[in-house]
Structures are given as structure tokens and as C-alpha cells.
Design a protein around this ligand. Structure first.
Ligand code: LLP
Length: 432
């Protein structure tokens, strides 16, 4: 096993994913390429679904936050496995529709949904719209009225967890661009407004505290604050909350230093907190929705590149240059995210070399990682970056007019294309 149980080496010392030789996959599909272990994705979907139902109750639902990884086939897989999805744009909704994803299991998010987005969601019969602000709420009520519908909604609430206490948290704080803060009275105000409208049906509340979180304490705090809020709303308005969406945020393992998260155990612990709070506050246990993105798909994916050159600058650093970079993985450039890299055709060798893995774009910040432990490399080797299943393909760009890599799914010894490699013709398709 290398970092994750679906990664290993074979007799030739090559890296394998789901038992398949990555060097052979690179040859067959070319590089750069995203390779994903479908069994690992399905297994994680099931872990979440089973744990959510066991600990929160049969009606609990994990909704895959598809901003982490979006293409038609992943929605088909999520549909087959019985999950819901979180969509944040017309493009994600359109892709979900193309996959025939059951619309009633879609949660439509975003802090600035346009009228066109809202109309699209109403037309598609999206199950739940997570309303961010009062302007959107009023616009939705009017559009739903025109369409002769009553739309099921949740309100996005910012629980006001201090980001200085939990550094990983960036979205649940009071001054966030998302949602409505409890402490300022904004949350109660929009709740009353929603209850006064006739073409939206308020069913509950949503919060999301942040991403890549190992420590359970932010979730504990969020559950505590949200259940208190639910009790306050009941006291002040009589409204009984049917549904509580606790967002996503559990971490994935990027390097050996990262802990392995026991997701079922984490869900059990969060469920215990919500149940205790419900009892303590004397409110009914709501139906709970979880919204994981990264923790469902990150570990399943790897990216394969071909090494172009190795440059050693004595006394400074060593560079290994690959045929991709920030257009297919912008996460180091954006967040200095740590990854594990290895030379796939020598994966069993010790990683006794250190190199900065550089992309092929015309800027110095185009790096996959700095001073990474790795095997010695030379031109033509296959370099694998692990844990790239989340926020890589979905954040990819065409910077420097580079075509986006394909997404290949491997399962039971079979590799199939889920997203084709972009061609140069694709790049100019909209040029006039
Ligand atoms: N729900 C909401 C409302 C969210 O905003 C997010 C992520 C999630 C669920 C899923 O969170 P997860 O389980 O994946 O942590 N591009 C960044 C991550 C941005 C996350 C944005 N929101 C990255 O590459 O690290």
C-alpha cells in the first residue's frame, strides 16, 4: 500500500491503482491524465451513506459536493449509490441533468445565484435550494410564483465559529460572504422573512464551516450552535425545523504526515452531539444532510505526467519538469497544498532524492510542490501525484492554451474514459 489501500507496486516496481499498472495506463491514455479508482469512490460513498443512516437515522442523506469533481459519469455513480448532490452553478445542474440525476436529491447552492440559475433550478425540479440571502429569497419567491410552484428551501446560516480558534475554517465565520450570521440577528431576520412568503417552503437550515478539517471540534461547535439556533427559532416563531444540513469539510490524506480519518467514526461522533443537543434543547431530531466533497473523491484519484527534464541548480534546488502543472492542479499555486509524488516506473525504489516538481507554464509559480521527497528521475519517466481526485479536474483551466487531461476510471481491471482529453480543436471551438 502506498498512502491509500488502492495504490501499490507490482513485480516490475511500477505504481498500481486498483491493481492496474500506471505505466501501462500512461502509455494507453497519454499524459497528463487523471486516473481514478472507481471502486474506491463507490466504497467511500457507501461508507458515508451507511454511517449517516446508522447514526443519524434512515432518512439521513450524504449529498456529494460536486464542486470537488464534476462530470457526467460521477453523477451517474452518485445516483446509483443513492447519494444526493450539491450543485453550485448552472453548469453543474446541466451536467447532473445530462446524467439523469434524480432532481429531488439535488441541493442547489451559491452565494450569488442569478435569476437564470434560479429559473433553471425551478424548471429542473431541483429538490432543495439553499438560499444565501434576502435578495435571493425574494427573487426566488417571485420566480416560483410565476412558475406556479412552491420551492422547498434551506437557509444558509453562518454559525460564527472563530476562524482563529480553528485555522482551517474559512467559511463559517461571521464576516463570511456566505449566509446569514446568527450573532448579528441576520439569521433570525431572514428566517422570519422566509416564513412569511408563500412560494417558498422553509424546511430548515444549512451551515458549512470549512474544508480539509481533521479535528472534530469545529463540527462539534457547529452542531451545538445550529441546534441552539433551531431551538431559538422554535421559541420565537413556532417553526419546527425538519432538516439540518451540516455541510462538508472532513479531511483527506495527502501525505504520510496526514492522519487517516475514520469517516464512519467521525459521523458517529457528530451524530451523538446532534442527538444530545436535540434532547438538551428539547427540539425534535431533524433529518440530517451531510455534504462531503473532498473526503469522497480526493484519495481515489492520481495524476500521471511524463517527466520532460531534470535540472539541478547546485547549492539551490533540483527541478523535475512535467507535461502538466497549474492548469490541471492549481492547488499548490493557490494554497501551497502538500502532495505526495513518486516516479511511477520506479515506485518501489526509495524516495531518496528531493525535487521541486514544476509544471510547463510560463511562470515560476507553476509548481506541484517544492522540495518533495521522490525517486531519481529522468526524461521519459512517469511521475504520479497522489490524492488528486478532488479540486483538480474541477478546478482545471486552459492556461497557456493547454488542453485539459482526460479522466480515466479504473474498476475490476478495466480502464474506461469518463472524460475525453481535450483536443486543440476543442480549444478553439468558441473562437470566432
Ligand atoms: N458544502 C459547501 C456549501 C461548500 O462550500 C463546500 C466546499 C462543501 C460542501 C464541500 O467541502 P469538502 O467536503 O470538499 O471540504 N478549492 C478548495 C476547496 C474549496 C471548498 C469549497 N467549499 C481546495 O482545493 O482545497
Amino acid at each position: 500500500m502506498i498512502l491509500h489501500s488502492h495504490l501499490d507496486t507490482n513485480e516490475q516496481g511500477h505504481l498500481t491503482i486498483g491493481g492496474m499498472d500506471t505505466v501501462a495506463l500512461a502509455k494507453e491514455f497519454g499524459t497528463p491524465a487523471y486516473i481514478m479508482d472507481e471502486a474506491a469512490i463507490r466504497a467511500r460513498f457507501r461508507t458515508y451513506l451507511t454511517a449517516a443512516r446508522t447514526h443519524f437515522g434512515e432518512n439521513a442523506l450524504p449529498a456529494f459536493a460536486s464542486k470537488a469533481l464534476c462530470f457526467t459519469e460521477i453523477y451517474r455513480i452518485a445516483a446509483e449509490e443513492g447519494l444526493g448532490i450539491d450543485c453550485v452553478s448552472g453548469g453543474e445542474l446541466y451536467t447532473a441533468k445530462r446524467a439523469s440525476f434524480p432532481a429531488e436529491r439535488i441541493y442547489f447552492h451559491g452565494n450569488n445565484k442569478t435569476d437564470a440559475d434560479l429559473k433553471q433550478a425551478l424548471d429542473m425540479g431541483v429538490g432543495t435550494i439553499v438560499v444565501d440571502n434576502a435578495d435571493e429569497l425574494l427573487a426566488l419567491d417571485a420566480l416560483a410564483s410565476n412558475a406556479g410552484k412552491t420551492q422547498r428551501i434551506l437557509l444558509r446560516i453562518t454559525p460564527g465559529i472563530d476562524p482563529h480558534t480553528h485555522r482551517a475554517i474559512r467559511t463559517g465565520n461571521v464576516d463570511s460572504k456566505f449566509g446569514n450570521a446568527i450573532v448579528t440577528g441576520g439569521a433570525m431576520e431572514i428566517t422570519k422573512l422566509a416564513l412569511s412568503l408563500s412560494n417558498v417552503r422553509l424546511v430548515g437550515f444549512h451551515c458549512h464551516v470549512g474544508s480539509q478539517i481533521f479535528d472534530l471540534s469545529p463540527f462539534r461547535d457547529a452542531a451545538d450552535i445550529m441546534m441552539r439556533y433551531i431551538a431559538d427559532v422554535k421559541r420565537e416563531t413556532g417553526f419546527v425545523t425538519e432538516e439540518l444540513n451540516l455541510g462538508g469539510g472532513l479531511a483527506a490524506r495527502y501525505t504520510e504526515v496526514d492522519a487517516t480519518v475514520d469517516y464512519a467514526d467521525a459521523i458517529a461522533k457528530i451524530a451523538a452531539i446532534v442527538r444530545n443537543k436535540a434532547q438538551e434543547m428539547d427540539v425534535a431530531m431533524p433529518r440530517v444532510i451531510l455534504e462531503p466533497g473532498r473526503s469522497l473523491v480526493a484519495e481515489a484519484g492520481i495524476t500521471l505526467y511524463t517527466v520532460g527534464g531534470v535540472k539541478e541548480i547546485p547549492g539551490f534546488k533540483n527541478y523535475i519538469s512535467v507535461d502538466g502543472g497549474m492548469p490541471d492542479n492549481p492547488r499548490y499555486a493557490l494554497y501551497q497544498s502538500e502532495y505526495t509524488a513518486l516516479i511511477a516506473n520506479r515506485a518501489a525504489d526509495p524516495a531518496d532524492y528531493r525535487a521541486t516538481v514544476a509544471g510547463r507554464c510560463c511562470e515560476s509559480g507553476d509548481l506541484i510542490g517544492e522540495d518533495m521527497p521522490i525517486q531519481r528521475a529522468s526524461r521519459g519517466d512517469i511521475l504520479a501525484v497522489l490524492t488528486t481526485g478532488a479540486y483538480n479536474y474541477s478546478m482545471a483551466s486552459n492556461y497557456n492554451r493547454l488542453p485539459r487531461p482526460p479522466v480515466i476510471l479504473v474498476r475490476d481491471g478495466v480502464a474506461r474514459v469518463a472524460v475525453r482529453r481535450e483536443s486543440f480543436e476543442d480549444l478553439v471551438r468558441n473562437d470566432v
